[in-house]
Design a protein around this ligand. Structure first.
Ligand code: GLU
Length: 460
């Protein structure tokens, strides 16, 4: 073995030991926060080559600082249900990293929400937001409130109570929340109304995902799903493939899923399945999007309703079975860890060619390893689903300038941003000698911008 190679190997081992020690201390300090630890582990492992080349990041304790949120706020949310019962939920906002812009990230209302979920989402958001090229830091928030089955007035009262506390911590130049699971245009409207009343000022840029009539951006609703398909199409193109003529399975039936299906169909694909947290529908004729939109966006009902309008389709209880459906492209757009090793193996054995993550961290580490081992093209969430927050940043820009761009302008910018994220992630993967590994590429490209800004701004 040549001298230089031996030195390099030695360096890599030293960095790996450092990363392992660091992860061990993160594990001790954040016990039982499995999702957060999973997200941190993936990033740490993928950054080894960048740390070998740039020990300055170790010297400045960049990773130690990036893993510790700048601030984590938890608060009581009391509200009264329609029967007059007093209810108490827990609210969260994690302000993870503000090196490159105000904290930015969605709010999730779901019974599974806890500190681990909010921290994993906020940690990933920092890298994702950096990748967009927009001036936005990382944040996330939400509550263990379950919107399912709540009346419109209950939702309004909950949002108002939640915002009464959150309003002390956010602002257009401080922290800008948006939607996520369980928080859509209706909730953003109620949250914005309460913020405006409390502040006695029209600070349009304090929230994104607003209604078009009061400062929202055209194209924001569609952005995550469309962006995902733009990104995956770029990835497919690199191998001479395309959505055109392919069979696609898309989990979920919320905002991300619906618009991913819409764009995939526009690109010539046939989408045969989608789901909700109870089960999935399979329609060999292709999912009818008007039906899904009516059920989910207007009637707020379960996806099982679909078969009433389409008797040829089948509905199955449970979530894992959707990954047993043969497809060329799988787009997990439901929630974290929805694809485990078993699901990944089913997809692989049915010949899946590409997987694009629309949800945040929908694949477990074992699932990702399975895809990589079988050379399945893999588009990781931080890169592939960044279109939503990217257009949120465009909404902030429009709010600051007090003007509104057309749908076409926004969509063109979204396409440019997604292509740029693809190029950046690809370039980083090549530079660090794992060509085509977009997990590593996206983590490195997202990391470097934030890390350099942190060094330039000193130890704070
Ligand atoms: N919740 C979305 C995400 O995971 C959007 C966040 C935003 O627009 O701020 O990126």
């Amino acid at each position: 073995m040549k001298m230089l190679e031996r030195v390099e190997e030695n360096q890599t081992q030293i960095v790996k030991d450092y990363v392992n020690r660091l992860f061990e201390s993160v594990r001790m300090r954040n016990p039982n926060e499995w999702e957060f630890l999973q997200a941190v582990k993936e990033v740490l492992d993928s950054l080894v080559p960048v740390l070998v080349k740039n020990p300055i990041y170790i010297k400045h304790a960049i990773l130690e600082r990036m893993i510790e949120p700048e601030r984590l706020i938890t608060f009581r949310v009391s509200w009264v249900d329609d029967k007059g019962n007093v209810k108490v939920n827990r609210g969260y906002r994690v302000q993870f990293n503000s090196a490159i812009g105000p904290y930015k990230g969605g709010l999730r209302f779901h019974p599974s929400v806890n500190a681990s979920i909010i921290k994993f989402l906020g940690f990933e958001q920092t890298f994702k937001n950096s990748l967009t090229g927009q001036p936005i830091g990382g944040g996330k928030g939400g509550s263990d409130f379950d919107p399912k089955g709540k009346s419109d007035l209950e939702i309004m009262r909950f949002c108002q109570s939640f915002m009464t506390e959150l309003s002390r911590h956010i602002g257009p130049d401080t922290d800008v929340p948006a939607g996520d699971i369980g928080v859509g245009a209706r909730e953003i409207g109620y949250l914005f109304g309460q913020y405006k009343k409390l502040k006695n000022a029209y600070e349009a840029g304090v929230l994104t995902g607003k209604g078009i009539g009061y400062g929202g951006s055209l194209g924001r609703k569609e952005a995550t799903g469309y962006g995902l398909v733009y990104f995956v199409e770029e990835m497919l193109k690199s191998q001479g493939l395309s959505f055109k003529g392919s069979t696609v399975v898309v989990s979920g039936s919320g905002n991300v899923s619906i618009y991913a299906m819409e764009k995939a169909v526009q690109f010539g694909a046939k989408v045969v399945s989608c789901s909700d947290s109870n089960g999935y529908v399979y329609d060999s004729n292709g999912i009818n999007l008007d039906t899904v939109k009516r059920i989910k966006e207007i009637e707020n009902k379960r996806i099982s309703e679909y078969v009433k309008d389409h008797p040829g389709a089948v509905y199955q209880e449970g979530c894992l079975g959707i990954w047993a459906i043969p497809c060329d492209i799988a787009l997990p757009c439901a929630t974290q860890n929805e694809i485990n090793k078993e699901a990944a193996e089913m997809l692989v054995s049915n010949g899946v060619k590409a997987v694009g993550e629309g949800a945040n961290m929908p694949s477990t580490q074992e699932a990702i390893d399975t895809f990589m081992d079988h050379s399945v093209l893999f588009a990781p969430a931080k890169a592939a689903n960044a279109g939503g927050v990217a257009v949120s940043a465009l909404e902030m820009a429009q709010n600051s300038a007090r003007l509104a761009w057309t749908q076409e302008e926004v969509d063109l910018k979204l396409q440019e941003i997604m292509n740029d994220i693809y190029r950046k992630s690809m370039k980083a993967s090549e530079e660090y000698e794992v060509p085509g590994n977009l997990v590593v590429g996206a983590n490195i490209a997202g990391f470097v911008k934030v890390a350099n800004a942190m060094i330039e701004q000193g130890i704070i």
